[in-house]
Design a protein around this ligand. Structure first.
Ligand code: GDP
Ligand code: MG
Length: 163
C-alpha cells in the first residue's frame, strides 16, 4: 500500500489548486491506479526520489455540521484520519482565522505528522505571511503559491522525507 497524504484546510484556501499543482508538476510521473484515481480527488505522485504516495484532496472543513457542508467536513475528517501525513493548508493573504484555529485543535488531537502550508504567497511578503502562523507552533512552515507553482518542489521533497 502506498502512503496516503491528505490536504486539509478550510474552504477556499487553495487545496484543489495545490492538488493540481502537485500532480501536474509531476505530470509524466503521475499514473492512474485502478480503484484509486477513478475518484478525481485522488492522485498518485511518483517522485524522482523517495516513495510514491497517494494524495487526497478534501472538500474542506467549514465549521458547519449540517447539510452538504457538514457531509463534506465529515468526509474531509475521515480522509485525514486515514492519512499517514497531513498537509494543513492556510491562506497567507487572509492570515489565521478562527476556523483555522478550530482545525488546528482537531489536528493536534489526531497527532499525525503535519506540515503547515501557507498558500497564496504570490505578490506578498512570504516572511510576514509565515510569521502570521508562527503561533501555531509548527516546525515546518512552507510558503507556496499553488497558482504560480512556487515552493512546490520543496514541498514535495519535505513530504517525501516524512514518508
Ligand atoms: P479550496 O476550496 O481550498 O479547494 O480552494 P481552491 O483551490 O478552489 O481555490 C480557491 C480560490 O483561491 C480560487 O479562486 C483560486 O484561484 C485561488 N487560489 C488558489 N491558490 C492560489 C494562490 O496560490 N494564489 C492566489 N493568488 N490565489 C490562489
Ligand atoms: Mg477544493
Amino acid at each position: 500500500m502506498l502512503p496516503l497524504v491528505a490536504l486539509v484546510g478550510r474552504p477556499n484556501v487553495g487545496k484543489s489548486t495545490l492538488f493540481n499543482a502537485l500532480t501536474r508538476t509531476r505530470d509524466a510521473l503521475v499514473h492512474d491506479e485502478p480503484g484509486v484515481t477513478r475518484d478525481r480527488n485522488y492522485g498518485v505522485c511518483r517522485l524522482l526520489e523517495g516513495r510514491p504516495f497517494v494524495l487526497v484532496d478534501t472538500g474542506g472543513i467549514g465549521g458547519q455540521d449540517e447539510g452538504l457542508a457538514g457531509a463534506t467536513a465529515k468526509q474531509s475528517r475521515a480522509a485525514a484520519e486515514e492519512a499517514d501525513l497531513i498537509l494543513f493548508v492556510v491562506d497567507g493573504r487572509e492570515g489565521a482565522s478562527s476556523l483555522d484555529d478550530d482545525i488546528l485543535r482537531w489536528l493536534r488531537k489526531l497527532s499525525k505528522p503535519t506540515l503547515l502550508i501557507v498558500n497564496k504567497t504570490d505578490g506578498i511578503d512570504q516572511r510576514t505571511a509565515q510569521a502570521e502562523f508562527s503561533r501555531y507552533g509548527f516546525a515546518d512552515v512552507l510558503p507556496v503559491s499553488s497558482a504560480h507553482r512556487t515552493g512546490i518542489d520543496l514541498l514535495l521533497a519535505r513530504t517525501a522525507a516524512l514518508l
